[in-house]
Design a protein around this ligand. Structure first.
Ligand SMILES: *Cc1c(COP(=O)(O)O)cnc(C)c1O
Length: 390
């Protein structure tokens, strides 16, 4: 999709992200903010700079390429440590990690050997992070591999393990707290094994949900992602109050293209999946699946117009979606519909939109965030200087 030709606009409130960061810090712990995947669609560079302004000195991104982009594009403004969670995937990645001062997260023995080789070539000691799998079964050395990892490290004299990481699978599910504690126990055993050889090793286990719900499982640093962007990891669970103070930072709008009557018995959009059960007024909004406004929202989702909810009628198209505005007086072409965020008293939360969409706020943010974005100082008042930044 040639980004920039669509009419949908994403607005990011960096102050909300900073508020969320300060709220998470107020839980008494130091953080490694997770800004992978373009800061969950909120913008890698602007988010890193905003967080650095309020004290962040260590960030986690996904690929080595993303980390290099943060190092290069943010210039001297972002000085902190940058972890690449997915780790180096080639000797080129290893070279970049060593030269750009990126902290690679390693989860395989071949990565240790390749990094040692790159470090030797650059004649430079290289800090690394070690990731252990304690139950996610995704990336990481196995808990029983600790001995073998130490043995290979002893053959890699330029590698300096600084961090020990693991990742929780069920921290956002109060019903599976036992599994979280099991993971934590495995993590503790791995740590005990390593700190004998590397006493300065720092540890990080918890994500947003772990940070909020398991204060006793926090180590040197915590790794929140989704909470920074204002989604509540405990939405609709008995722990929902833990994320009550988080403020969503993404707002999505698109203009109305047409308003017209739809007579009782008439259908609308492809496949005629909606037929009016009474005389209706519909508005056609410039948002469709090409803007990452999912076709899965056909006949199910809602948007806001003039401060009221309007239901999606019929199929979501590539660049357009029709909504029912029979109950909303005065809707006219040019009005801005709100697809995510608030409009007067009404709002569509990330949790609302993702539930209609059949997914989670993470995916909604990542996908909608691929559209052109604007940044505002604050949407608390609905005002603030805005500028384009991509
Ligand atoms: C994405 C990610 C996080 C952040 O998780 P949230 O649920 O968004 O807080 C933390 N650690 C690792 C390794 C991750 O991949």
């Amino acid at each position: 999709m040639p980004i920039g030709y669509n009419l949908l606009r994403v607005t990011i409130d960096l102050e909300a992200i900073r508020d969320n960061y300060r709220f998470l810090c107020s839980r008494g712990t130091a953080l490694i903010p997770v800004i992978k995947s373009d800061a969950y669609g909120h913008g890698l560079i602007p988010v890193a700079k905003a967080l650095e302004e309020c004290g962040a000195d260590c960030f986690a991104v996904g690929t080595v390429g993303e980390a290099a982009r943060l190092r290069q594009e943010a210039g001297r403004e972002v000085r902190g440590t940058v972890l690449a969670l997915l780790g180096p995937q080639s000797s080129e990645d290893c070279r970049i990690a060593v030269e750009e001062n990126i902290l690679p997260v390693t989860a395989r023995l071949d990565q240790l050997r390749d990094l040692q080789e790159a470090a030797r070539h650059a004649e430079r000691p290289t800090p690394i992070a070690l990731k252990f799998d304690t139950g996610m079964a995704r990336l990481g050395f196995g808990p029983d591999d600790a001995g073998r990892v130490l043995e290979v490290l002893s053959q890699c004299p330029l590698l300096r393990p600084q961090w020990l990481l693991s990742h929780l699978a069920t921290a956002d599910d109060p019903g599976q707290a036992d599994f979280t504690r099991e993971q934590a126990a495995r993590f503790r055993r791995v740590r005990d094994h390593f700190t004998a050889a590397w006493p300065g090793l720092r540890c990080s286990l918890v994500n947003s949900a772990g940070l909020l719900a398991f204060p006793d499982l926090t180590w040197d640093r915590q790794r929140p992602g989704i909470a920074l962007y204002g989604a509540n990891p405990f939405h609709s669970t008995e722990l929902a109050h833990l994320g009550r103070d988080l403020r969503p930072a993404m707002r999505v709008q698109a203009p109305v293209l047409a308003v017209h009557p739809l007579a009782k018995g008439a259908s609308i959009s492809y496949g005629r999946t909606y037929v009016a059960d009474q005389d209706k007024t519909v508005a056609v909004v410039a948002a469709g699946y090409a803007d990452a406004f999912s076709r899965g929202l056909s006949n199910t989702g809602w948007i806001l117009l003039r401060g009221q909810r309007a239901k999606i009628l019929g199929r979501v198209c590539m660049q357009m979606t029709a909504v029912d505005v029979t109950h909303v007086p005065g809707v006219a072409p040019g009005d801005q519909a709100v697809l995510l965020g608030s409009d007067g008293e009404a709002s569509i939360t990330p949790e609302d939109l993702s539930s209609w969409w059949g997914t989670i706020p993470y995916e909604v943010f990542c996908l909608l965030g691929m559209n052109p974005r604007e940044y505002v100082a604050s949407t608390k008042t609905g005002q603030g200087e805005s500028h384009h930044n991509r």
